[in-house]
Design a protein around this ligand. Structure first.
Ligand code: FAD
Length: 419
């Protein structure tokens, strides 16, 4: 029986341990926290969007970095295998808008509970508060991984070691980036790390005054000079520092980090369902209902209350002006503002607010069919530690499950089924 040590009790590490133990190997899972899956509890706003039920093409299309590396991992364990695994381990799941899969209970804690049941059933030895400090190489001259050194100096011997220490974001959950150091220490390249799925800071003071305002069904376009970098419909949230919400989080993953650092021009189309002509007709209809009304009272019916003062300040029509005095040019300028509300983006927020880390252990040095290191036999990588990241929608956890499963099954020397 081989001894396999998994470092990191997040989604990838737990799945790796379960897959390896299924093969009948002796598996130890080391986790520095006092409990397993600390990040899982906060995923999907506490509901855990555990995967995406879209087809294989959808999975690949939503992986932003190195999707091709994932062919074997997604073949070995796709989203349907993940759903079947959880259902078999007592977690009922449901599919919501955008094929997002959640527990029926809406509790992320139930996802961790299902994983813990599976770990227990397969007799994985879980060691909590066990902080790894590095990978130990064989002392007999042969170059291979032979164990894990803990922070106190103890060495946990192993025939194979799986690193699943996560990325560098939301470090309070335990993803403090230790695994990057372990990988570098044995010769691996770690690509540059950037926060991804992260909000943007904005320059204009009026943006801060909109803090807390959420706009649904708007269109956002982001440009670097003349170059269009991003153009999507969806939901946006103003914050005390800038802009967030699904549209901006996705923008941070879609735009290259070097570009995201620059000042970028964003325009928000507040009324994407209407063209300028239709908007003009709408304004005129509103005006006709009371020719002596002041513009601010009419405009109030077009936007959320919080947005109105900013629209009046930027729109070029004096707030007190009677609507029958408003000229065609003034209307046109105001409509231009409705179709292109300007916000200057000036960089993304930090890792503490990033859903995922972009960058990580270079996949060029990892065998995509097994997740084994090409540099140090017996060492495996999985999860966010690798240079892989995806959009929101359950895709990042799918990466963790798939790579974790493949690493565990291959480290255990088999092609086990976890179901
Ligand atoms: C707020 C938030 C919401 C999210 N929501 C979703 C979502 O709904 N759907 C989705 O698909 N993705 C979501 N993600 C992303 C997803 O959670 C991660 O991509 C995924 O959990 C990564 O799993 P992992 O196992 O690779 O790493 P992690 O979950 O980070 O696990 C790594 C583990 O390794 C441990 N560890 C680290 N160093 C050591 C060491 N030296 N010794 C011992 N243990 C160590 C850590 O304590 C940690 O438990 C979200 C992320 C965040 C921050």
């Amino acid at each position: 029986m081989s001894k396999i040590v998994v470092v990191g009790g997040g989604a990838a590490g737990m799945f790796a341990a379960i897959a390896a133990a299924q093969e009948g190997q002796e598996v130890t899972l080391l986790e520095q926290n006092e409990k397993l899956g600390k990040k899982l509890y906060i995923t999907g706003k506490g509901r855990c969007n555990l995967t995406n039920a879209g087809d294989r093409e959808v999975l690949f299309a939503h992986v932003m970095t190195n999707p091709r590396f994932l062919y074997s991992a997604f073949s070995a364990c796709d989203n349907q295998s993940v759903i079947a695994f959880f259902e078999a381990n007592g977690l009922r799941t449901k599919v919501e808008r955008g094929n997002r899969v959640f527990p029926v209970s809406d509790h992320a804690s139930d996802v961790t509970a299902a994983l813990q049941r599976a770990l227990k059933e397969r007799q994985v030895q879980v060691r909590l508060r066990a902080k790894a400090d590095g990978v130990v190489c064989a002392a007999d001259g042969e170059r291979r991984a032979a164990g894990v050194r803990l922070a106190g100096g103890e060495v946990v011997p192993a025939d194979r070691v799986i690193l699943a220490t996560g990325g560098f974001s939301y470090q309070t959950t335990g993803s403090t980036g230790d695994g990057y150091r372990f990988a570098r220490d044995v010769g691996h390249t770690v690509t540059d790390l950037f926060p991804s799925l992260v909000p943007f800071e904005a320059k204009e003071p009026y943006v801060k005054s909109l803090q807390g305002l959420s706009l649904r069904n708007v269109r956002v376009r982001i440009r670097d000079g003349k170059k269009l970098l991003y153009d999507e419909f969806g939901e946006l949230l103003f914050t005390h520092f800038g802009v967030s919400g699904p549209l901006l989080l996705s923008a941070s993953a879609a735009i290259r980090p070097a570009q995201a650092k620059k000042e970028l021009d964003m325009v928000i189309d507040l009324k994407p369902a209407m063209d300028e002509e239709q908007l003009d007709a709408r304004l005129l209809r509103e005006f006709a209902e009371g020719k002596n009304r002041q513009f601010k009272n009419v405009a109030g019916s077009l936007f959320p209350a919080k947005l109105l003062p900013v629209m009046l300040a930027l729109g070029g029509i004096p707030a007190e002006k009677r609507v029958h005095e408003i000229t065609r040019e003034e209307r046109a300028e105001f409509i231009r503002l409705m179709k292109a509300f300007p916000v200057t983006l000036c960089g993304v927020r930090g890792f503490d607010e990033a859903i995922v880390t972009r960058g990580g252990v270079s996949v060029k040095e990892v065998n995509p069919s097994t997740m084994e290191s090409k540099l140090l036999p017996g060492l495996y990588f999985c999860g966010e530690l690798l240079d892989l990241d995806a959009m929101t929608g359950g895709f990042n956890l799918q990466i963790a499950w798939s790579t974790g499963y493949l690493a565990g099954a291959c480290a255990a020397g088999g092609e086990a089924s976890i179901l």
